[in-house]
Design a protein around this ligand. Structure first.
Ligand code: UDP
Length: 472
């Protein structure tokens, strides 16, 4: 187990955005939680400190919790290749997908449990009775019993899920159920994700949130955006006067020092060219390959738009063993496209060595994009959608999972009902590229929706109530 440092953030930072009434309610909620916790720690455990929505969210919500006087901690568990191959299989299963079609049998169970035992041995002695432990996702499910035995209250939060059951969801839940069944509380990003055997009274629905001031979401001027993107090699023809910088989560300044790895057969997009962006982990469920094919086959090249598919460098996300494979598949799809279509399609990987720097690059990309896309086949919540909305970008996304809780079709973006329907996807891209008023309007509504529903005050108040409700 490795502890991730979290610099406290003052929750009052949110006040100008949320207004005095909401700020007062938020202050009341954090004060109530702080008093109820009375110094007891809230320990979060997941399996990676960078890359993906869970790490993103822990980083920011825990910083605000600490700023509010709650002793929130973040531990990252250890696992080997075989363990993460198994947990990725479970993860894919919870999305209703077969993944690598590998087994979840006796051998996988035995290895999963041996890794859990080693992590439990490191974790349990550090936990005091009466503390709270929030375990995130299938990787940590096997720690529930050890945490309970240490006398702590345990919450298991599952960030992934699927609205409909199939053989793959059944198989994944069958694997997880014995480990998690005794948790004091379960958290899902949407009610539909809870399997029927989870008792209603222990089920809590808490959608994620984003931090408007993190390196991922902090304001950037259009010039700063262009400077940064040109510096990392993702924009062409921009003369930068000074190196791109960003504000780190601890308040200090960072300077962008690394290039993105890019696959393209011509120059990067020119500063004035429309960019359609999907920024995701290299995961089949995100369907980067489908986005590419849809763009190549159904978006009129005369519109002059570029498609940018970007994800973390594949060695950067410890718990995602399929990333390299998926990236290679995407490179093969790219290489098979006609040369003139490929010309405006760029694949890029962002180094994750410095997570704040990587976040600043994603921030600039999302701000520069004419359209933010998230055409996933399944989605737990889809923070990339929230991030695009926050930046007042029109979003085109599949009508799956938590995305439908964020976007109302026609209001904050356009929802592709069937994620495999590439013709509709292409038609939506063309619609937003050619109707600037509609794009601006949707972006405006999207940003307002994020302020209303997806900031840390709502998120932390829900957590506070949950922890108080299981405090016996
Ligand atoms: N992300 C990133 N770098 C990338 C691509 C994605 O930091 O190259 C971030 C993205 O900005 C978002 C998170 O990873 O914050 C993805 O979260 P989401 O909920 O969309 O999907 P998940 O990865 O959790 O399935």
């Amino acid at each position: 187990m490795r502890e991730v440092d979290i610099e406290p953030l003052d929750p009052a930072r949110l006040d100008p955005l949320i207004g005095p009434e909401r700020a007062e309610r938020f202050a009341g909620a954090t004060e109530a939680a702080r008093r109820a916790l009375d110094g007891r720690r809230v320990v979060n455990v997941n399996s990676t400190s960078a890359g993906g929505g869970v790490a993103e969210m822990l980083q920011t919500t825990l910083a605000y919790a600490r700023g509010a006087g709650v002793d929130a901690r973040w531990l990252v568990m250890e696992g080997d290749e075989e363990f993460f191959a198994t947990t990725k299989r479970i993860h894919n299963g919870l999305y209703g997908e077969p993944g690598d079609y590998g087994a979840l049998g006796v051998a996988e169970t035995r290895h999963y449990e041996s890794v859990q035992r080693a992590n439990a041995e490191a974790l349990a002695p550090t936990i005091a009775a009466g503390e709270f432990v929030i375990l995130h996702d299938p990787q940590t499910a096997g720690l529930v019993e050890a945490v309970r035995a240490a006398g702590a209250r345990v919450v298991w939060r599952c960030h992934v899920g699927c609205d409909i059951e199939n053989e793959w969801t059944d198989r994944a839940w069958k694997f997880l159920r014995p480990y998690v069944e005794s948790a004091d509380a379960f958290v899902f990003s949407r009610a539909e994700f809870a399997p029927s055997w989870v008792p209603r009274e222990r089920t809590h629905v808490i959608p994620p949130s984003l931090d408007p001031f993190s390196a991922k979401n902090q304001p950037m001027s259009p010039r700063a955006v262009r400077t940064l993107l040109s510096q990392v090699g993702l924009l062409d023809g921009v003369e930068a006067l000074a190196p791109a910088s960003f504000v780190r989560r601890d308040g200090s300044f960072g300077v962008v020092a690394r290039y993105a790895d890019v696959l393209e057969n011509g120059p990067a997009p020119a500063a004035g060219a429309p960019v359609v962006l999907q920024a995701s982990r290299w995961d089949r469920v995100k369907d980067m390959a489908g986005v590419m094919t849809g763009f190549a086959e159904h978006v009129d090249p005369a519109l002059g738009a570029h498609l940018l598919l970007t994800g973390p460098a594949v060695y950067g996300v410890a718990d995602d063993p399929e990333a390299a494979e998926v990236l290679i598949e995407c490179m093969q799809v790219w290489a098979s496209l006609p040369h003139e279509r490929r010309h405006r399609i760029h694949l890029s990987c962002i180094p994750m060595v410095d997570p704040d720097e990587a976040a600043a690059v994603v921030n600039a990309l999302q701000r520069h994009a004419s359209i933010v896309v998230q055409k996933s086949l399944a989605e737990g919540f889809g923070l990339t959608v929230t991030e695009g909305m926050w930046k007042a970008r029109p979003v085109i996304a599949s009508a799956v999972g938590g995305i439908v809780d964020q976007i109302q079709h026609g209001e904050h973006g356009l929802l592709v009902q069937d994620p495999h329907d590439l013709a509709t996807f292409g038609a939506y891209v063309e619609q937003l590229l050619t109707d600037a008023d509609l794009a601006v309007e949707m972006g405006r509504h999207g940003r307002a929706r994020v302020v209303d529903e997806f900031l840390a005050d709502r998120h932390l108040a829900q957590y506070g109530r949950l922890l108080q409700s299981i405090d016996r």
